[in-house]
Each structure stands twice: as structure tokens, then as C-alpha cells.
Design a protein around this ligand. Structure first.
Ligand SMILES: [Zn+2]
Length: 100
């Protein structure tokens, strides 16, 4: 997968490595619930530099909405099982100077 090197969410420029470092501040990597390995990589960036990963909203009529919630993914390097995180806490952590 070829991704751009950075993406900007809520005005904060992010690299995939930022999400990896952020998750390390929260504790040790959990075992993958599918295969049991503990090797994960994170995806914040998308193939296009001016885009980011997100969940789209849906309106009450069931049609695609106009809003989105930025997310990042933590992917098991062995089996591809994916954990999904709302990006707001990551952007706040980077914006606050990456407190330990
Ligand atoms: Zn796995």
C-alpha cells in the first residue's frame, strides 16, 4: 500500500508514526484477538495527501450524509485484523506537544 507521508486532521499534521507513538503512551500493545500476535502498524494517512480516513455519517433517510468522523487504524501485521480509533485524542496529543 502506498500512502502519502502526512495528512492533516483538525489542523494538525500527522504521520502514521504519530499514531504508533500515541498508542505506546496508553500501554503495551494488546494481543490481536484474531491471531494472538502483538505486532501492529498504524494508518493515519491515506493515498491522497489532502484526504484522511473517516467514518461517513448517514442521514435519517438512510442516505450518505455530508459529515465524517476522522479515524485512524491499528492493523495486525500478521493477519490484518484492524482496530479503529477516533482521531480526536491523537490530534489533541500531538497538538499538546506529545505529553508522556
Ligand atoms: Zn492478528
Amino acid at each position: 500500500m502506498t500512502n502519502s507521508e502526512t495528512t492533516t486532521i483538525f489542523g494538525v499534521v500527522l504521520k502514521d508514526e504519530d499514531a504508533t507513538e500515541f498508542l505506546k503512551t496508553l500501554g503495551p500493545a494488546p494481543a490481536c484477538q484474531t491471531c494472538g500476535k502483538t505486532d501492529w502498524f498504524e494508518l493515519v494517512t491515506s493515498p491522497e495527501e489532502d484526504e484522511f480516513l473517516s467514518i461517513r455519517t448517514t442521514n435519517t433517510g438512510g442516505q450518505v450524509g455530508t459529515n465524517h468522523i476522522p479515524i485512524f487504524l491499528s492493523v495486525c501485521d500478521n493477519c490484518g485484523h484492524t482496530r479503529q480509533f477516533v482521531a480526536r485524542p491523537l490530534t489533541e496529543w500531538v497538538g499538546d506537544g506529545r505529553p508522556k
